[in-house]
Design a protein around this ligand. Sequence first.
Ligand SMILES: Nc1ncnc2c1ncn2[C@@H]1O[C@H](COP(=O)(O)OP(=O)(O)O)[C@@H](O)[C@H]1O
Ligand SMILES: [Mg+2]
Length: 351
Amino acid sequence: MVLTVRQVPSYLIRKGVFGKDDAIEVTPLGGGLLNHLFLARSGSKRVALKQAEGVMKFNRSIRFPKERVVTEYHALKAWRELGLKEAPEPLFLDRAEGVVCMAAVPQGYEPLIYDLLAAKVNLRVVRELGGIYGRLHSKSYQSQRLKLQFPISEAFRILKLDLYTHEYRDATPHRSIKKAMERNAKKLVRNRVCLIHGDALPKNVLVRGNRCFILDHEVSVFGDPAHDLALLLGSYYMAAMVNWPVRRRYYAAMRALLRAYQRNIRFKKLFPTILRNSLGYMPSLLFGRSRGKASAEFLDTKTREVMAMLADRIALGNYKIPQLLFRMLDKQTLLASNRPWKKEQLKGRLL
Ligand SMILES: Nc1ncnc2c1ncn2[C@@H]1O[C@H](COP(=O)(O)OP(=O)(O)O)[C@@H](O)[C@H]1O
Ligand SMILES: [Mg+2]
């Protein structure tokens, strides 16, 4: 049964989250492309409910297993057990209905992507993110228990491998890019180092001031830490294209992110390899957002072209540090007229 706003109160009373005499107010939460989300509150108690769809709303031919709410629930629990408070507290899992319920993030938090597209870059937030992901990766590093609990899931394969890496491999005419994407796909399945978020994009970060909450843990796997870094770095890099005149703010953010991450990991010797792999994983995100099924609708033609061109160049480049990526983007004067986007102007999929 697909839950509606009207059904949520009785459902949550049945689940024991609220009492039957509570006055429960329910609002649908926007943003989700694959799920039905609701916020329910009564008095000071506020919870979020997420019900999984079996197909994607932006492309109904893409199947997406409902088991992912099980992953999300267990990932939220794992974050708590690892001492990470930046994920919402899990409340219950209803496997039969494909529902996960968690504490709601306090009021006043907004998805970080809106700030990025509006050219607001807060280095404290970036450092916070580097710290959170560094601690997540470090605290779960080589845990045999988590390795068993978080296999490379079908959801991760569909959303991350098929939709980005395989799509780029199949679409590109360049043989060496095809080979690089084939290698990346193998690496993403084989490098099982620590618990990763799997969809570490700024749209899944809620921020208020310098504080962050990390949402949307449904493709969490015990996998390659470079994947989380790639999505974060890639998002700031794409935002630098969208806001090209102030691109240096995003470069500074990418450097700050890497420094904070490096400070917080205990496998410091692996850092150069993780950084290199993350730069290697970035092009499939750039391709996906400019040319793929998951492309960002608000982009104009020239920004889309630059994004696709840089995806190819980075995929061919095998870079070890981000500096050359900055220099390549500096030359794209075609983007000089780009302007920041306000939340209200944006439509469709974001970065
Ligand atoms: N625990 C929560 N508290 C407050 N808002 C939430 C919570 N979980 C989700 N949301 C809101 O719903 C949106 C979509 O949630 P998300 O888990 O990312 O779903 P999807 O997988 O569909 O993207 C978030 O961007 C956020 O605005
Ligand atoms: Mg999301």
